[in-house]
Design a protein around this ligand. Sequence first.
Ligand code: IPE
Ligand code: IPE
Ligand code: MG
Length: 272
Amino acid sequence: MKDLDAIAPLGSPEREVLARIPPDRLPRHIAIIMDGNGRWAQQRGLPRVEGHRAGIRAVREAVETAARLEVEALTLYAFSTENWKRPRWEVRTLMGLLKEYLKKELHVLVENNIRFRPIGRIGELEEEIQRGLERAVTATQGNTGMLFQIALNYSGRAEITDLVREAVRLAAAGTLDAGAIDEAWVSAHLTTAGTPDPDLLIRTSGEQRLSNFLLWQVAYTELHITPVLWPDFRARDVIAAVADFARRERRFGGVLEGGSEGAEGEASEGER
Ligand code: IPE
Ligand code: IPE
Ligand code: MG
């Protein structure tokens, strides 16, 4: 957390909150379901797309704050495979905003030493978007700081389905043996390969569901649901979520060290 002063919008109460969190209680990977843009706009008598436009600032602030907290990875759910069901104008606006983001915000990623990686069925997106994504990946591939994963045309079920297809293809070609497939193999063949599972999943707008996000990866993720609508989400809300996470007791199905029974047993395999 070396660059705390650079988080411009952070007031002193948030700084105090942060100062009280032991560094080993910070999440390595934060995932966010950015929700509530439509309701934010409707509350103001605006068309839904204005909520998406206003959400860009929240994206910038979440990315910068996470980078400055020195988390290893931030994954934002930007467009699900189910979001194609929305009115055509809304989908077109979302894709337009994505193109604009890739043009205008790339320098923020470069300046903050952030690596960029899109996840999802990227090959089904417009060519111009695919090229913009490739440019962002190339421009940031030498960076050594936080990994920013953006989930586009993504769903957990689609990701797992694609992996099953790939496994069957490899098996049919004789290059994969069923016995070689274990949980580590699955993790290493998902689109998030190489990234630790999220420690903390934030969902804005109060909805209490996963909506097909990172289904495999969130097996033991801590959930933080906030009523704040995405366009209103700021650095202080990231800090509040991180502070909430730092208070959680994670057991991964085991018992805590020092617990009356756990103290006698050996550390289990799944302990991390
Ligand atoms: C999240 O906001 C943005 C996307 C899903 C792309 P919504 O558009 O889902 O906003 P609500 O949930 O309708 O308020
Ligand atoms: C989840 O939000 C998808 C993204 C944030 C991209 P939705 O608004 O699409 O989810 P539901 O329909 O409320 O479950
Ligand atoms: Mg929604």
